[in-house]
Every structure is written in structure tokens, then in C-alpha cells.
Design a protein around this ligand. Structure first.
Ligand SMILES: Nc1ncnc2c1ncn2[C@@H]1O[C@H](COP(=O)(O)OP(=O)(O)OP(=O)(O)O)[C@@H](O)[C@H]1O
Ligand SMILES: [Mg+2]
Length: 248
């Protein structure tokens, strides 16, 4: 990705995602292997809000798994918030993930039979934050997503939009370097999806969060600062939205 594709004013910010030549192959039994990512260069600076679009099967979730340290590339280098991922042993990957990445999924992925409050506290428990501190922060985050009144409810008692707001609060738990959202509005109606998207804009604008949004919705993608288009495992487009700072 070239510098001219960066958001104006963001050039001075450090790179949060710095990927070069990322290749991902899946071995499905010799002699077959599938090359799903075919040499991806991707740079995202702190505080950017970018989207990744592309046809189903183009490799978006595969790329997200690598960005989010859920998987490793077959080839190429990835530096996440200054940490060369090649140097991180497997047993430390989950720690890196827990403190640097906040995930938001289409299917919410909340822990069942567990209150919204406990769901948001969980990543902080894994990060060894003391109980009082993590409860206070979870309450603050649930307030931010306007879910205070429902914090004692379990996922089965919440609507899709409410579940996604809890999931976004959980994603913010350890103040991650990046929020990675894979089709976060995919299971929601248009109006509810709008509220979730507005929340991402708020986190970006008011908290300076770096957000990577994977979406099939071109209108939502067009609201972000850069739209990165994948096709058959390659970046085929990187459009900057000039008017972004004029306000969404
Ligand atoms: N573990 C795996 N083993 C083999 N093939 C895989 C594996 N994971 C993904 N693939 C293949 O990689 C390709 C890209 O999948 P991926 O999930 O990244 O697509 P996507 O762009 O996220 O699609 P969608 O928009 O439908 O979510 C698909 O052809 C898929 O079958
Ligand atoms: Mg996908």
C-alpha cells in the first residue's frame, strides 16, 4: 500500500498493521494446496478506520485471522503494533491477541448463560486485571454502548443489536490497538446495523480507535477512510475517501 493512500494527517502516526508479501496456503492433502492469500501488502496507521471488501471467498476472513493473530501466514512478514509476529512463540500469541485486538463477529460470539457484565469482564480477567478494576471498566464500557440497564442480562435475553453492542464493549475491554470487525452488521436489520456502525464511528472519532471493518455492504464501506478491495487473494484496489474528515 502506498503512502498516497493514507488518510491526510495520519502520515505521522505509527503503523499498527504492517504486512508485506502475505501468502496463506491451506494444505488439503497432497498434492493439493489452496493458495488463498497471494501476496498481500497492507499498512494501517494508528487511528485509521479502514474497510475490507470483496466477493465471498476472496480471502477477507482469512486475512482477518492473520491480522488478529488467530492464524499465521505461510509466507510474508507481519508487524503488529511494533511487534514482529514471526518472533512471537505460539504460547504467547493468545496474550498478544487478548491485549492488542478487539474482535467483533457477525454472530456476536458472546458466552452463553453469562451476563453482559461478565462477558465484558472476561478479557480483563485473562489479562489479570483485579476484580474491582475490571468490573468498573466493564460498567463504563457498557455505559458507552448504552447497555447499562441490561448489564445483568444473559445473551439469550438480548436482541441481536444489543448483543452486538455488548460484543463491542467486550472488544474494547483491554483498550486494544485495533478493533477487527468481520461483518458486524451482517446479522442485523438496516436500522440496527446503522446503530452499530454509528458506534464504530464514535469509537473512532472520540477514542481514536483503529478499526478494520470487513463488510459486504458498499454503503458502510464508503463511510470509512479507506476501502481495500480483495479479489482472489490479492488487493486489487485501495480507495481513499477524500471527504471523510468533512464528517459522516
Ligand atoms: N482452513 C481452511 N482450509 C481450507 N480452505 C480454507 C480454509 N479457510 C478458508 N478456506 C478457503 O479460503 C477461501 C477464502 O475464505 P474466506 O473465509 O477468507 O473468504 P471471505 O472473503 O471471508 O468470504 P465471505 O465473504 O463469504 O465471508 C475460501 O475458498 C475458503 O474455502
Ligand atoms: Mg468471511
Amino acid at each position: 500500500m502506498n503512502n498516497e493512500n493514507l488518510t491526510p494527517g495520519s502520515e505521522s502516526q505509527p503503523l499498527i498493521i504492517d504486512m508485506k508479501g502475505i501468502v496463506k496456503r491451506f494444505y488439503i492433502g497432497q498434492p493439493n494446496e489452496l493458495e488463498i492469500l497471494r501476496g498481500i501488502d497492507l499498512s494501517v496507521r494508528k487511528g485509521e478506520f479502514v474497510s475490507i471488501v470483496g466477493a465471498s471467498g476472496s480471502g477477507k476472513s482469512t486475512l482477518m485471522n492473520i491480522i488478529g493473530a488467530l492464524d499465521r501466514p505461510t509466507e510474508g512478514t507481519y508487524v503488529l503494533d511494533g511487534v514482529p509476529m514471526d518472533d512471537v512463540p505460539d504460547d504467547l500469541l493468545s496474550d498478544i491477541r487478548n491485549c492488542k485486538i478487539g474482535f467483533v463477529f457477525q454472530t456476536f460470539n458472546l458466552i452463553p448463560r453469562t451476563s453482559a457484565l461478565k462477558n465484558v469482564e472476561l478479557p480483563m480477567l485473562y489479562a489479570n486485571m483485579p476484580l474491582g478494576k475490571r468490573t468498573a471498566r466493564a460498567k463504563m464500557l457498557l455505559d458507552l454502548v448504552e447497555m447499562t440497564e441490561r448489564m445483568g442480562h444473559q445473551p439469550s435475553e438480548l436482541s441481536g443489536g444489543q448483543k452486538q453492542r455488548v460484543a463491542i464493549a467486550r472488544a474494547m475491554a483491554n483498550d486494544p490497538a485495533i478493533i477487527l470487525a468481520d461483518e458486524p452488521t451482517g446479522a442485523l436489520d438496516t436500522a440496527t446495523g446503522r446503530l452499530v456502525m454509528d458506534l464504530f464511528h464514535t469509537l473512532h472519532r472520540e477514542q481514536g480507535k483503529t478499526i478494520v471493518l470487513i463488510t459486504h455492504n458498499p454503503e458502510l464501506a464508503a463511510e470509512t477512510e479507506r476501502v481495500i478491495t480483495l479479489s482472489d487473494g490479492r488487493v486489487i484496489g485501495c480507495e481513499r475517501r477524500e471527504a471523510f474528515h468533512a464528517g459522516v
